[in-house]
Design a protein around this ligand. Sequence first.
Ligand code: ADP
Ligand code: MG
Length: 588
Amino acid sequence: MPGYNSPMPIQILPDEVASQIAAGEVIERPASVVKELVENALDAGATAIEVRIQGAGQRLVEVSDDGAGIPASELPLAVARHATSKLRAAADLFNIGTLGFRGEALASIGSVARLTITSRPPYAESGARILVEGGKIGSLQAVGAPPGTQVRVEDLFFNVPARRKFLKSERTEARLIDELLTRYALAYPHVRFSLSQDGRTAMQTSGSGERREILAALYGAELARQMLAVDFREDDLSLSGFISPTSLTRSNRKEITFYVNGRPVQDIALSTALIQAYHTLLMVGRYPLAMLFIAMPAGEVDVNVHPTKAEVRFQERERIFSLVQRAVKRALLAYTPVPDLGFAAGWRPSQESQQPSLDWGLAHDDLAHDELALPSPQPDDALVPAQPAPREFPGMPLLRPVGQIAAAYLVAEGPDGLYLIDQHAAHERVLFERFMAQRGEDVPSQALLEPFTVELPPAAARLIEGQLDTLSELGFRVEAFGRSTFLVRAVPALLAGMDPASALRVLVEDFEEDETPLQGQVEARIVARVCKRAAVKAGHLLNPDEQRALIGDLERCQSPRTCPHGRPTMIHLSVDLLERQFGRRGAR
Ligand code: ADP
Ligand code: MG
């Protein structure tokens, strides 16, 4: 029996096991394979990189480049561990000008997949091919091949079932690959990138060197037009790229990417510096979009702190952060009109109607909420429409409206004490149930005078594409129109008046992390989003009639106590609790 009582003798691990362990650090998922292969192609000086994916990368990742190639004699070395052409001595580690240097990627991939490399340096007469399967290196074969390198990775993790279990849905894995390639395409505007997923072109760049053009290809022309250019130089440091104007934000940091010497990095401190530069210009819980490229002497940044090289260590942290802040502030000042403080403070003047607030571009107050709601304990349950409850069970006591406080909460009296109702959450719940009930039959829809064209990033486009039927049940009429472009012909009447582009975009924004295998849940999430947009916002004064109507509508809901995202719609202070708090009972 293994365990501490009867220890096994110490043994050197068999090679196969050792390399699988090492591989685990570098190759976590199909996107890691793509990353390593694309970096190799870039290091080889490729001007065109073609990525073909099947089965979200689990069945096939194939990367072809027109770079320097690998001489036949070196192919067996290329797939051996700790074999690299990019580093000679330990001292070089602190002055790395290439993306790769650990000499681990190909060996790692070869130990957890079926790897085929075909390569020909431009000067060689013919090409050569080598196969590696589960770590076993096959023999070398001469083959005809175009100059450059093609790496095929099939059946990733075929011999590591445990790894396979940790992969997310195909859609998520495919999206991670999209996002990854998008990052590299932006970082290397002179390189022509293409990505095909299951035979379908998912993205393509021209290699023209024009970053804004790439931004347009990847994120849509409208977004590319709005982004502000950053171009800042100071001694041996420079910062260039794009940031969003204050009017263009997201509810998470996912669209913030920093690159250090052409390498996308994750660095919380860098994004914090960026966000601080926007100080007070953004609502709480809103984040800018940014693609910022830092160029600095290779010797001043340590890239060897993380197996996937996603993290870096700067020699002069403070200097870099201050550079980011100053550069971003300057770009914002140069372009941004004086902010409207009324809206920056999140407090909108009263409006005497219960009409859904249509200027949701400004009324962001609910979004801060949303961030809080993310780790909600029962998001999925909350979204799945509840089983029809027996009519006699209202789920909520009959309430007498007392008033409104902070233009955000309704105060009501019930049979057992005081109820505080979050007007936005409550309205969301009401709309959600109304939508779910009407769905498919007669959701009122409003046709647009002119169909509206919306371009979405590839991942978002794919998501929408899979939901066209759902959208039509909700009163949207949306048609695919080219690769990542859609025609919006009608929107739900509830959303009439909103900019159709944002109405559509918001349905998929932040969807990425969601793992929603069931169509019903995706649908419910989309409905929840529509409702969130349409629901009355905090900061809206409601007159007594409106208060009564909202409370009445909530009482008729099947699950009145939570909003569609699972947050409570109301807080109950029982008479008993009040008495205790006032020391009338219990204490003594
Ligand atoms: P690293 O990139 O850290 O050196 P890899 O395992 O990724 O390690 O690659 C090993 C070696 O194989 C590289 O150093 C390089 O010489 C060669 N190589 C890999 N991919 C390519 C490619 N696409 N074109 C040319 N050479 C390549
Ligand atoms: Mg490499």
